[in-house]
Design a protein around this ligand. Sequence first.
Ligand SMILES: [Ca+2]
Length: 183
Amino acid sequence: MTIQSLATTAALAALGAVPATAQAQATYALSAMPDGYNLQVYDDCGVEGRQPHIRCEGVHEYSPAVVAADEKARTVAWGWREVVAQYDGLDASRQYVAAVTYANEPYNNRVQSLWAGETQLNGARPLPKGGAERLLFRLPAAAIREGKLTLRFRLEAQVNAVVSVVELWAPAPSPETIHLSPP
Ligand SMILES: [Ca+2]
C-alpha cells in the first residue's frame, strides 16, 4: 500500500466512510488476473438482453462527453440501493475471480461497496469521476453454495448504485458461447 493510498484511506476513515474495510480489500483485491484463468460469464450491464444475471431498477448510458470510456463501460445497470448479480451452475471447487467495471460522471460523488454473499470484497469506494475502472477480486469459496453466487453492489453515498460490466473468470476453459456484444 502506498503512502498516498494510506493517506486516502485514513482521510475516508476519518469521515466514517471506511469502517474497518481496508483489511477486506487487501484480502480479496487482485492486481492482475492469475495465469491460466479464462472468462466464464460476462454481463454487459446497461444493455437490455446482455445482462442476464443482473437485477436492477433500470439501465442508462453515459454520454461520451462526460465519461471517457468505451461503450461497455458507459452503459450501466442502476439501482436505488443496490445492483445484484445472481449466478447458478458454478463449480464451488474452482477459485473464481470477479472482474467488475465501474464508471461515473465527473459531477457525482458515487461511493459503493461490493459483497459476495455475506462477505465484503470491497468497502466503501468512490467511483472514478469522468472515467472508468476495472477491478479484480478473488471470490471466497464459501460465497458459492449449491452452485449459486450473489454479488451485491451497494450504495454507500450519493445518487444510486451503478455497475458497467461484471465478469467471472476461472482456471478452466471458457464455455463455447459467451455473448460479448449485441448481435
Ligand atoms: Ca455496460
